[in-house]
Design a protein around this ligand. Structure first.
Ligand SMILES: Nc1ncnc2c1ncn2[C@@H]1O[C@H](COP(=O)(O)OP(=O)(O)OP(=O)(O)O)[C@@H](O)[C@H]1O
Ligand SMILES: [Mg+2]
Length: 260
């Protein structure tokens, strides 16, 4: 568990906030905590059901399994989730273990997984993922290499559960790679602006990023697969200016409120 969410530290932060109302809180701890559960994390995107002329943004079909691995094959069959399936630890507390993901290729191997988990349909996306960084009103998108597609043929020939290491740490930037334009094209700006604005409001947060993929073979069908609070902004281009502007805008807003 990251030290910030140790109950003692959290209590201290909440008390400090009450006794020091003059201190600006960038994002409230309870809203941040909402992102540590992979089920609640994507709820805001699902509720939004964003669809306009620029595209559609959803979340992959998913199922939560709290306990009893032996029940997973039936639960998956009943829910209609299709293989392959990505299994993610339900709680993402920042530990290495909570980033140990698996890809399951057949129904019976699902019993080998260790709940509590979120099981998500694997969406083919051409091996490229978009990291959308949000800092207040600012949005920056970068391309990263991701897991490759799984073809129908491959699926029918493969069985078992394959663990994969933390992709984001290993993944190289795909910004300068020579890619199929249909895969590389960034999500439309107006769509991202709507998504970011709505998510800022629904999550009650200002500093986060999204992992977003485009379903391979479509132009405008997007899925959000992960949302992280205060990600490594070092990988976001121009973060120095963007962050400084963000902090300045907060000071200005506070000053205006006091003098107004
Ligand atoms: N539903 C999905 N369909 C296709 N690929 C997926 C899906 N979910 C996850 N992936 C792949 O697995 C990677 C890791 O998934 P996710 O971001 O949810 O996990 P994480 O442990 O929070 O990772 P990180 O912190 O490294 O971003 C993604 O970058 C993507 O390559
Ligand atoms: Mg991720």
């Amino acid at each position: 568990m990251s030290s910030f969410f140790c109950p003692l530290v959290l209590r201290f932060v909440l008390d400090y906030r009450q006794t020091h109302p003059e201190v600006t809180v960038l994002d409230p701890p309870d809203a941040i905590q909402h992102l540590h559960n992979r089920q609640s994390m994507l709820q805001a995107v699902a509720d939004m059901n964003l669809s306009d002329s620029y595209g559609k943004v959803g979340v992959p079909r998913q199922l939560v399994v709290k306990r009893d691995a032996s029940s997973i094959p039936d639960a998956v069959a009943n829910s209609g989730l299709t293989l392959p399936i990505v299994a993610k630890p339900l709680v993402n507390d920042g530990s290495a273990k909570s980033h140990e993901l698996s890809l399951a290729f057949d129904r019976y191997s699902l019993q080998k997984l260790e709940p509590p988990l979120v099981l998500q349909e694997f969406v083919n996306h051409g091996g490229v993922l978009f990291k959308v960084y949000i800092v207040g009103e600012a949005i920056k998108v970068v391309r990263r290499f991701s897991l490759p597609d799984v073809s129908k043929r491959e699926l029918s020939k493969t069985a078992g559960v394959y663990r994969f290491p933390r992709v984001s740490c290993a993944a190289a930037s795909a910004d300068d790679a020579d890619l199929d334009p249909g895969i590389a094209e960034l999500p439309p700006r107006p769509l991202l602006e709507r998504l970011a604005k709505e998510l800022r409001r629904r999550l009650g947060l200002r500093l986060f990023n999204l992992d977003m993929i485009r379903e391979h073979g479509t132009r405008d069908r997007f899925y959000v697969i992960d949302i992280n609070y205060f990600p490594g902004y070092g990988k976001m281009p121009e973060y120095e200016h963007i962050f400084t502007d963000f902090l300045l805008s907060l000071v200005q807003a506070k000053y205006k409120k006091r003098s107004g």
